[in-house]
Design a protein around this ligand. Structure first.
Ligand code: SF4
Length: 317
């Protein structure tokens, strides 16, 4: 039997791209777009149905409640805060037969508790544990707040994907320490499903136009070995469309993450690679590729997912 890698067929739905912060590598943030119009939200769910996606990745910038015009729009649309709106969006996603995966920045335990019943899983990248190692991250996005959010997700028993971002000028040592920090939180809570080793790739809208150092294969080997030791049992993930060496890395990793179609809205103009191309590349190396849901393995169980999410999983068969 060939070893099997996994991926989740998904579609990204940006609840808002407006973000109060300014990270140099970010090609996602806007200033004045507001919340996604309802018609666009439902249109994207129609598209997800046509493309046979199972996962809807709900995206936002950080702390939308601190943006005055978003706060006004939320009130106008009948939501006391952004988490209430995100809950509403998750409920519509479930009603349409999909599973919500939330990528909404660092949330507090109280916010996570409000989302847990209607969210299959979440993503929150650590990126790097060393604030001095990475000058391009917004000053508000300190590692301490990311780690607090990652830990809060564990305390709320929210299945989580986290990871590091390589190529922003960080030191090699800080990458390893970042994986160790994730290992500490996972040892405490057991909530990490996958750890992503992401590389910064300049995109059309990011203020930073030069990629820093992209890892060599030896550096990837060290990072993967370190992640396996620091995070035993946690899948190693890369994003093939943003990783130059993705084909060479396939034998060493486990998961290709959420895979959409067309343009990756967080990394435009980079486009997702089709599932067929991914499957062919796996087959070429004696590997198999299989779909998974946004919550999988030991986290697809009572205690990790709510009864409502469990029913949604069962309805997908
Ligand atoms: S990376 Fe996140 S926090 Fe930084 S500007 Fe972009 S959306 Fe905002």
């Amino acid at each position: 039997m060939p070893r099997t890698l996994t991926y989740s067929p998904s579609l990204a739905v940006p609840l808002t791209t407006d973000c109060p912060w300014h990270c140099g590598y970010c090609g996602f943030r806007t200033d004045q777009k507001g919340l996604i119009p309802d018609a666009s939200f439902h249109h994207l769910l129609d598209r997800a149905q046509a493309e046979d996606a199972s996962e809807i990745v709900l995206l936002s910038g950080e702390a939308p409640d601190t943006v005055p015009h978003l706060k006004s729009e939320l009130r106008r649309r009948g939501f006391p805060d952004f988490v209430a709106y995100a809950r509403w969006a998750c409920e519509r996603v479930i009603e349409r037969g999909f599973l919500p995966h939330a990528h909404l920045g660092a949330l507090s335990r109280a916010q996570l508790d409000r989302l847990k019943g209607v969210t299959a899983s979440m993503s929150l990248m650590l990126e790097n544990v060393d604030d001095t190692s990475n000058a391009s991250v917004a000053p508000e996005k300190k590692a301490a707040s990311r780690l607090a959010g990652i830990d809060a997700a564990g305390a709320a028993r929210m299945p989580l994907v986290s990871g590091i971002l390589v190529g922003l000028g960080e030191t090699p040592d800080s990458r390893l320490r970042s994986l160790d920090a994730l290992g500490v939180s996972h040892a405490r809570h057991g909530h990490l499903m996958a750890v992503a080793i992401n590389t910064f790739v300049p995109n059309a809208r990011s203020p930073m136009h030069d990629a820093g150092h992209s890892p060599t294969m030896d550096e990837y080997a060290e990072l993967i070995a370190h992640a396996r030791a620091a995070l035993p049992g946690v899948a190693i993930q890369i994003a093939p469309h943003l990783t130059a060496a993705w084909q060479e890395l396939l034998p060493s990793i486990d998961d290709l993450g959420s895979v959409g179609t067309g343009e990756d809205i967080a990394n435009a103009p980079h486009r997702w690679l089709g599932a067929g191309a991914l499957a062919d590349a796996c087959a070429g190396q004696g590997l198999a590729l299989a779909k998974r849901l946004p919550v999988w393995g030991k986290h697809d169980a009572a205690g990790w997912v709510s009864d409502r999410i469990r029913r949604a999983i069962e309805e997908r068969g």
